[in-house]
Ligand binder design. Sequence first.
Ligand code: ATP
Ligand code: MG
Length: 301
Amino acid sequence: MKMTVSVATGAPRANRSIGAILMDSGVLTPENAERIILFQKENDIRFGEAAIRLGMLTEADIQYALSRQFSYAYLRASAEKKSLSDELVAAYQPFSPRVEQLRAIRSQLMLRWFDKTEQRQVLTVVAADARVGRSYLAANLAIIFSQLGERTLLIDADMRNPRQHEMFLLQNKVGLSTVLAGRSRDEAIIRITDLAGLYVLPSGPIPPNPLELLSKMNLDEFLIHARASFDVIIIDTPSLSVGEDAAMIAARTGSVLALARAGKTRISAFNDMVQGLIESGVAVVGSVLNDVPEPKQVKKK
Ligand SMILES: Nc1ncnc2c1ncn2[C@@H]1O[C@H](COP(=O)(O)OP(=O)(O)OP(=O)(O)O)[C@@H](O)[C@H]1O
Ligand SMILES: [Mg+2]
């Protein structure tokens, strides 16, 4: 399914009406808004209900408008603008069951880990093998932390096969690799204008020596700076099967979320990874099993 982005213009304000929000975002024409208001008055019902009964808006339109009223940033599909990746389910389908699951992970992490006053702001997403959903999890977690009002930075530290710039439609001329090489600084961090509170540092151009770059002091310096500016910092990494990059980043940040994919990650590989991280003094804050098959519906006799 192809999706594109359109977002209401202007800052979301709690006192803007649903009709105004949907007109600003081009979903509702002024003429239709007028007809809805008349119908609403005649029948003494709420605007949203009137619009749905007239077939002019859908339930999804109303949910979108409500989310803007309460400053809960998410995106809607649109024909006009080029889309961010539809993998960003937290942005496009914030009320879907899979995003509920991501919010449950966020709650656990808020309870058990993140605390700016304690300097617990960074979480590195790691996995033992490739294609398990690190980039997907890191991006969507970053979005849902930003939706909670946390100033959130997503760092693409996969300098071998980076994907965050593709998902967020960003140029990748500067990013982590140029920051680590001392060739750029804050200007490499991109504010995602449609998702308030979310910032992305893409990987930057793929360097020939990612591990060497990661061992430089520049990473520590950058993290000190980032910790001062952000509440939550989430780091996407390459698989441990392709190099020591993730282990290096984990050692420098001190904390990981360990990911495995059902039916793919071998338990022994996962355990070895976790054991190795713990032995090098890294806090394994939690583990996530991705892509767990839905339980089969049992037919009632
Ligand atoms: N929970 C999920 N639901 C739906 N699709 C998912 C989920 N997790 C991952 N995917 C999809 O699986 C594919 C691999 O995910 P992703 O690129 O995030 O993995 P990765 O571990 O970052 O891989 P790589 O080793 O290439 O860095 C992507 O197409 C992604 O959209
Ligand atoms: Mg990845």
